[in-house]
Design a protein around this ligand. Structure first.
Ligand SMILES: Cc1ncc(COP(=O)(O)O)c(C=O)c1O
Length: 452
């Protein structure tokens, strides 16, 4: 029997996270204070613990993973690298397709890799309450899990459209002892204003971030945790790529193409950055962000300073953006409905080191269904994007009769996304065109700042 899974031992859980900042060909422009528009100082980041602020700006290449965090990681890490033989066969491709299965975490996605680390550092600095936003519910449930394992209070603002689509994500969050509110909510000034303007506002990640930041800023002993975008989040996620590199070494192979769904960029950064280091040093590897056509930040956005949230409370980041008040269509991949992208990935994209493609949601669900039927696991709608990208790469390899090694980050399972699959199966799923006019309108509101 051919080897299906490449497995590591508990002792192989990485001891360091990989920080790409010292290896970036173009150094990152600094985040700016939203009021003064001057580079941020650590004082501007008071809603984060000091250890996280240090990591956000660190130029140390390897950052030690605390033993307690490794111990909690061992509940599900190292995750398997799996060869998708049946999918290869169905496609009749000479390509080898591997997936790194991050769906085996208790919350069902890659998100606990940073949730555990962030909760741990807050706890170490005496902060016992964290607020956050969640799109698809994966991040909110990951932080709720972290709160449960580290005995902390968690308050989650969940984008309303996902809150209604995924009632069992809510149950999971409750089961782990956290609170969850539909965003926009009546709990914050920002939420109340959004509801006054439009009581049917479906919410967006940008809006939910504003609510969670406002909650943390207005409550004593409460910090905020972000599930994507920022440098420290991508840093914590590099355990994925570090393990995958070791697993490829074990089988004497190396990926030609790496694909991951891209919302704020954390799982793509997680799997891709350790390989990006090799690419910067001359290795031939293609790293691809897969986005929804209705929210195509890296494929159609512009590289500009912008706010990370709707209410302009967060620092200004230099990134690819569709405009902070762009409200993406209510697609089923809630975790990809974000107007911006990680500054690290944005800079790499600008420097021509990162590829990006965008797909419509029905073709993405078709890809997910083929994966479920051949490999058995039902992917999250976000993950289906990477699968669609990988299938296209595998078909290209077939047309060119080329051997190729493809790596997918299998960022999450879709067990709580069955309502979306039902919509797809009943033929009722809508495809949204790229909302060109809405984006053009949103881009008018970009802050008037050039690179510094
Ligand atoms: C399963 C899954 N994949 C991907 C994403 C996209 O987020 P990111 O780009 O930060 O990895 C999400 C976000 O919620 C998710 O839940």
């Amino acid at each position: 029997m051919d080897t299906k899974k490449v497995l590591l031992n508990d002792a192989d859980i990485p001891k360091y996270w990989y920080n790409i900042l010292p290896d970036m060909p173009t150094p990152l422009n600094p985040p700016l204070n939203p009021q003064t528009q001057k580079p941020l100082t650590p004082d501007d980041l008071k809603i984060f613990p000091n250890a996280i602020i240090e990591q956000e700006m660190s130029t140390q290449r390897e950052i030690p993973i605390p033993e307690k965090v490794r111990e909690i990681y061992s509940i599900w890490r190292p995750t398997p690298l799996v060869r998708a033989y049946n999918l290869e066969k169905a496609l009749g491709t000479p390509a080898k397709i591997y997936y790194k299965n991050e769906s085996v975490s208790p919350a069902g996605s890659h998100k606990p890799n940073t949730a555990i680390a962030q909760a741990y550092y807050n706890k170490m600095e005496g902060v016992n309450t964290l607020t956050t936003e969640t799109g698809a519910g994966q991040w909110g449930s990951a932080l709720a899990l972290a709160g449960s394992l580290l005995d902390m209070n968690i308050r989650v603002y969940m984008v309303k459209v996902s809150y209604n689509q995924k009632p069992f994500r809510k149950s999971m969050i409750h089961l782990w002892g956290a609170e969850v509110f539909a965003s926009p909510s009546d709990k914050t000034q920002t939420g109340r204003e959004a509801l006054k303007e439009d009581p049917d506002n479906p919410g967006s990640l940008g809006l939910a971030i504003s609510e969670a930041v406002e909650d943390a800023a207005t409550h004593e002993g409460t910090n905020y945790a972000l599930g994507s975008v920022l440098n420290h989040v991508l840093l914590h996620q590099t355990v994925i790529g570090l393990e995958a590199k070791k697993q490829f070494e074990m089988i004497g192979d190396y990926p030609d193409v790496i694909l991951a769904p891209c919302g704020g960029g954390s799982n793509l950064g997680g799997i891709g950055l350790p390989f990006m280091r090799d690419k910067i040093n001359g290795k031939d590897v293609k790293i691809v962000a897969v986005e929804p056509a209705s929210c195509p930040t890296l494929t159609k956005g512009i590289f500009h300073y912008d706010y990370a949230d709707v209410a302009k409370m967060t620092p200004l980041l230099l990134m690819f953006t569709l405009g902070h008040n762009f409200m993406p269509p209510s697609i089923h991949a809630g975790g990809l409905r974000y107007h911006g992208d990680s500054p690290i990935l944005s800079q790499l994209r600008k420097d021509g080191l990162l590829d990006a493609v965008a797909y419509k949601q029905t073709e993405v669900f078709e890809a997910g269904m083929l994966f479920a039927k051949t490999e058995g696991i039902i992917p999250a709608p976000e993950t289906c994007h990477a699968i669609k990208g990988a299938i296209d790469e595998a078909i290209k390899a077939k047309e060119e009769q080329k051997e190729k090694t493809i790596l997918i980050n299998f960022s999450g399972h879709g067990h709580f996304d069955m309502a979306s699959y039902d919509t797809f199966l009943s033929g009722l799923m809508e495809d949204y065109e790229y909302p060109k006019e809405k984006v053009e309108e949103a881009l008018h509101y970009l802050p008037n700042i050039e690179e510094v």
